[in-house]
Design a protein. Structure first.
Length: 186
């Protein structure tokens, strides 16, 4: 899996990669529910808190993780807790038929406008919305039927056709900036 247009890769350390699987770019602390060759921390992020101090992380990468989380609100609250103000949360999720809930292990469907609503998600511990600013919201990858076959047999990886992956980046902002942003919204 490629990280198209990634902003978190260029952020300074410390930064974490949630649900890393086999995608382990350099400079990240890699966290996954299962042990693996480049997994630094084995943790069930859906049920266990992230083992980092408050406001200690510059960037969090979550590539194809959110669709597996039953407790997304709690996880978002925990990510928000560990990010520094100005830190970013970068998310890649499947879209369309690739993200349907019937896919093995997917417990939620994510849509293109979802990123705008994440700041309105209320973490029960904070009792109000989490202060985020949306920086990027795009369809990051497109695919054709039989795309795997094109890649495997012909070495071709076209990025056109149906939408198959969404990419968004949120920046943690202070409460006052968030309140101003919300009050100024139409």
């Amino acid at each position: 899996m490629r990280l198209r247009n990634s902003l978190s890769v260029s952020q300074p350390s410390p930064k974490i990669n949630l649900g890393c699987g086999l995608v382990t770019p350099d400079g990240f602390t890699n966290i996954d529910i299962l042990p693996g060759p480049k997994v630094d921390v084995v943790l069930d992020i859906d049920h266990q808190p992230l083992p980092f101090e408050d406001e200690s992380i510059h960037a969090v990468l979550a590539s194809h993780v959110f669709e597996h989380l039953a407790h997304l609100e709690r996880v978002l609250g925990d990510i928000h807790r560990i990010l520094k103000v100005g830190g970013i949360l970068e998310v890649y999720v499947p879209y369309g038929n690739y993200g349907r809930k019937s896919t093995i292990g997917h417990v939620r469907f994510l849509w293109p406008g979802m990123a705008r609503h994440l700041g309105l998600i209320v973490d029960k511990r904070q009792k109000r919305g989490l202060p985020w600013r949306l920086l990027v919201s795009e369809v990051s990858e497109r695919g054709l039927p039989l795309a795997w076959h094109l890649k495997h047999y012909l070495g071709i990886e076209p990025n056109f056709g149906r939408k198959v992956e969404l990419h968004f980046v949120l920046e943690k902002i202070g409460r006052q900036a968030f309140d101003t942003l919300i009050e100024g919204a139409p």
